[in-house]
Design a protein around this ligand. Structure first.
Ligand code: ADP
Length: 358
């Protein structure tokens, strides 16, 4: 044992690791109570709230008898025994453990060293879990805030719209040119704000309380084409669809995703050139969808930026829009555990790609 498990070498190698490492000797392969601590690094000693001298060479049953008294403790101890006699290793996954002083969740695996010897690796994920939970809560709060704020903004805005309509109706022909122009301006700004608020509402409610189903993407495209009939005709848009798959996902969200990408392809077309859009999908590790257009394209330096909320590359007078569409697409794709990106060159059209796990 001396040359194989030289304590000084072990100490120097493993003491300061951020994961817990411990070596055990199972003296009698049929007796769970015969298991002894050989070496425990600082992380494990801290989790046990023990000093090195209190455990080294001692039996678990003498140092931490409570480990034998609960299910998880026993499972881990049984894993030491099994791996010590049979070899190999076992990943115990997330193990919830508490003794008198410490409680928490650990990622735990047990590995064979040589006959009768095993080592265990422990990583305390309690803090990580807590942070993840807090982050989820914050995200939820943020979504709720966006939802409530946009929802509450709708009512006064509707009132303003109605007032404008009334003035337009009742004072038709009676207003001077300047007042007429101002009213027209107010009306278009209010409409833009309405669209923005609707887009924000959609964005904030994506992914809430919905269930994944098997979604036929061909049907989604058909429905969108129907919705956009007028726009497609007016712009002479040609949409070519290569047989698309059925994917597991959130139907309404996926429809919004395709709709955003298709309307962008129509909107950002080259002046005087009819938009041509090709929609296809390839099965790699996940389904990779491509939406290719022959539009104005996007410069390299803008390709990441456009997926952020309110990021637009053009003035409103050039192209109407809210700057939420692609941020929403990104949110939808994240919800499906996929990725979204774009390949493009100014003047050469753009291809938006996204993946959805099969
Ligand atoms: P919006 O379309 O409302 O401006 P988006 O978030 O959908 O907002 O898009 C952000 C920006 O990305 C757009 O303003 C535009 O500059 C650019 N963009 C999006 N789609 C395309 C496309 N198909 N071709 C060229 N530019 C695009």
């Amino acid at each position: 044992m001396k040359d194989l498990l030289n304590l000084e070498v072990l100490t120097k190698t493993f003491d300061d690791l951020s994961v817990g490492v411990g070596i055990f000797l199972v003296e009698n392969l049929d007796d769970l109570k015969s298991i002894r601590y050989v070496y425990m690094n600082k992380v494990i000693l801290y989790e046990m709230r023990k000093k090195k001298e209190e455990v080294a060479g001692k039996r678990i049953i003498d140092v931490a008898p409570e480990a034998y008294e609960h299910e998880v403790g026993l499972q881990v101890i049984e894993a030491y025994r099994k791996i010590a006699s049979e070899g190999g290793s076992v990943n115990m996954g997330l193990v919830e453990y508490s003794n008198h002083v410490a409680a928490g969740k650990y990622e735990c695996s047990v590995h064979h060293i040589k006959e009768n010897y095993v080592y265990v690796m422990l990583r305390n994920v309690t803090e990580l879990e807590k942070t993840r939970y807090e982050l989820e809560q914050k995200n939820k709060e943020l979504n709720e805030f966006a939802h409530i704020a946009s929802h509450d903004l709708q009512a006064p805005l509707n009132t303003i719209s109605s007032c404008i309509e009334i003035i337009e109706d009742e004072y038709q022909g009676k207003l001077d040119k300047k007042a007429d122009k101002l009213l027209g301006f107010m009306s278009s700004v209010t409409n833009r704000m309405k669209n923005l608020i609707e887009a924000l509402l959609d964005y904030s409610s994506t992914g809430q309380k919905k269930e994944m189903t098997l979604v036929d993407c061909n049907k989604i495209i058909e429905a969108i084409q129907e919705d956009l009939t007028a726009k497609i005709k007016e712009t002479n848009t040609v949409i070519e669809v290569d047989g698309l798959p059925k994917v597991k996902g959130f139907k309404t969200a996926l429809r919004l995703l395709f709709q955003n990408l298709i309307t962008n392809s129509i909107k950002f077309s080259k002046p005087g050139i009819a938009p041509k859009i090709k929609i296809s999908a390839k099965k790699q590790e996940a389904w990779t969808f491509a939406i290719q257009d022959n539009g104005i394209g996007i410069a390299d330096e803008h390709m990441d930026k456009i997926f952020n909320v309110f990021q637009r590359l053009h003035s409103r007078s050039e192209y109407e829009g809210s700057g939420i569409g692609l941020a929403h697409c990104k949110k939808i794709i994240k919800l499906h555990n996929g990725n979204i990106w774009v390949n493009s060159q100014p003047g050469e059209g753009s291809t938006f790609y996204f993946t959805i796990p099969d």
